[in-house]
Design a protein around this ligand. Structure first.
Ligand code: SAH
Ligand code: SF4
Ligand code: F3S
Length: 473
């Protein structure tokens, strides 16, 4: 049994990440195990977690399972978890009861994976109190799922494999993409920033970048398959390449991906620390790199930023923000903000409100600080009540929404380009995003699905806009 260990997960040692190309194998015994059987994946986390689920789906289908969205109908249930905040935990734990109940009625296999599995306390309690979960595996070893499946079928004993390792880069893991038009492409794994509140460096390991040629090959294949958009994924994308020391960085990667000819390139998440001028120049220069940047600020107070170990000051963030706005025409910028970091004073909080008033973000994802076991911030004694934090969040959200609407209003009666993705739940319309990542519900025909079309914006809301197709590109 391999359980994670927070102390080991914290270490950034001498391990040099390797690129492993032959590690995904399906043992003969499980090659056809899924014939006439169904799997269901429940996904709780960020885009990286969603993309992991796309890998898991392909692995299941390599063993002949068929996908179902209905848990009741499944022979195997995979719970792909997130550990970022307490409420992510609670959602998963709340669902475990229902899954156990299903398992009592029917002979199903249950798999618990993702970032929660990487938490020492969680894995320990799952392996002692949740014996009915068949496989517990971490974020480093998804590709070994068939091997674990073979083992539990043979041994009929809970299989726990969660490694606290710094991590390697695995190529050649299959993927079953949810969309035919938009694709997630990992460019790096893990994170070395170690913000004091954040669990990710412990659940995902050390920063390790994929080789440029492997990323390019994936994007070139996607272009050939007709994909219109790629989103380059990493916890800290602009630090791309730093760990490789092969002489290329995020700006070079963006430029190379741009030259594949894919229609749209996005990338998340950027950390203000590694955002270089060269990167801004490349984004400004190439039309297929979308003018949208998600740039988490977390707080407007230098005192709190320091305690968070964010490595920039408010002034540095403002300078970067203004430079991006100046150099990339029409750019939109969104952010993440945490309220109620331990001992955040009213003054600190007002500095956050001030910076929102100053920068007028297109969108901000706002969170109440949630202590995560094992992180440095979780050890700080906090004097601020939850009630105060909730009030601050509500006040912040009011402001954030005001600017979201104000920014959207600039689009009224304008022409924009939208990649039509899917039917929207708004009475017969189709949904898609502008280059600047504005959600648009478009009055159009299904023939436009998967196309980038010119849309005239007719009405504006805080979170979306409505428009009509003018003509296709
Ligand atoms: N790598 C990305 C963010 C990953 S987590 C980055 O550095 O920007 C996404 C967001 O969740 C973070 O930006 C932060 O705002 C929020 N978050 C992370 N840990 C949190 C915690 N313990 N409590 C509340 N919010 C948190
Ligand atoms: Fe977490 Fe900070 Fe790394 Fe983002 S940069 S994943 S917030 S440690
Ligand atoms: Fe959650 Fe792990 Fe992503 S903690 S936000 S699923 S990296």
């Amino acid at each position: 049994m391999n359980l994670p260990n927070l102390k080991d997960a914290r270490v950034r040692g001498k391990h040099k990440p390797e690129v492993k190309r032959e590690d995904y194998v399906i043992p003969e015994a499980v090659g056809n195990i899924g014939k006439n059987k169904k799997y269901c994946i429940l996904t709780y986390g960020c885009q990286m977690n969603v993309h992991d689920s796309e890998n898991i789906a392909a692995i299941m289908e390599d063993m002949k399972y068929i996908q179902t969205d209905d848990m009741q109908d499944a022979d195997i249930i995979i719970i792909n978890t997130c550990a970022i905040r307490e409420n992510a935990h609670n959602k998963v734990m709340g669902n475990l009861g229902r899954i156990k109940h299903l398992k009592e009625k029917k002979d199903i296999i249950t798999i618990f994976c993702g970032c929660m599995a990487q938490e020492e306390g969680i894995s320990r309690s799952l392996s002692s109190k949740y014996k009915w979960i068949d496989i517990i595996m971490g974020t480093h070893n998804i590709h070994k799922l068939p091997i674990y499946l073979e083992k539990i079928i043979k041994n009929k004993k809970q299989e726990v494999n969660v490694y606290s390792i710094e991590g390697d880069v695995y190529e050649g893991i299959p993927v079953k993409r949810d969309s035919k038009y938009k694709a997630w492409v990992n460019i790096m794994y893990g994170c070395d920033k170690v913000c004091t509140y954040c669990i990710v460096p412990y659940t995902r390991g050390k920063q390790r970048s994929r080789l440029l040629e492997d990323i390019l090959k994936e994007v070139e294949d996607l272009v050939r398959e007709g994909y219109k958009e790629v989103t380059l994924l990493g916890q800290n994308v602009n630090a791309y390449g730093k760990d490789l020391a092969l002489g290329y960085d995020m700006a070079d990667l963006l430029e190379s991906v741009s030259k594949t000819g894919i229609s749209r390139i996005r990338f998340i998440t950027s950390h203000p620390w590694d955002f270089t001028d060269k990167m801004i120049e490349v984004i400004a220069k190439y039309d297929n790199i979308m003018p949208y940047i998600h740039l988490p600020i977390q707080s407007g107070s230098d005192r709190i930023l320091k305690h968070m170990n964010r490595r920039y000051t408010k002034e540095e963030y403002i300078t970067l923000f203004n430079k991006i706005k100046e150099m990339i025409p029409n750019v939109s910028i969104s952010t993440d903000i945490i309220v109620g970091f331990p001992n955040e004073t009213d003054e600190d909080f007002h500095e956050t409100l001030d910076i929102v008033n100053l920068l007028k973000f297109d969108l901000a994802y706002t969170f109440i600080y949630s202590p995560r076991e094992g992180t440095p911030a979780s050890k700080i004694k906090d004097t601020i009540s939850l009630d105060t934090k909730k009030k601050r969040l509500a006040e912040l959200n009011k402001l954030v929404n005001k600017y979201a609407l104000l920014n959207n209003q600039k689009y009224k009666n304008k022409m924009v380009e939208v990649l039509i993705e899917a039917p929207s739940d708004k009475n017969g319309k189709y949904m898609g995003y502008t280059d600047t990542m504005k959600l648009v519900n478009v009055d159009c025909d299904s023939k436009y699905l998967g196309k980038i079309v010119k849309v005239k914006i007719e009405s504006i809301k805080t979170w979306s806009m409505d428009g009509v197709v003018v003509n296709d590109k």
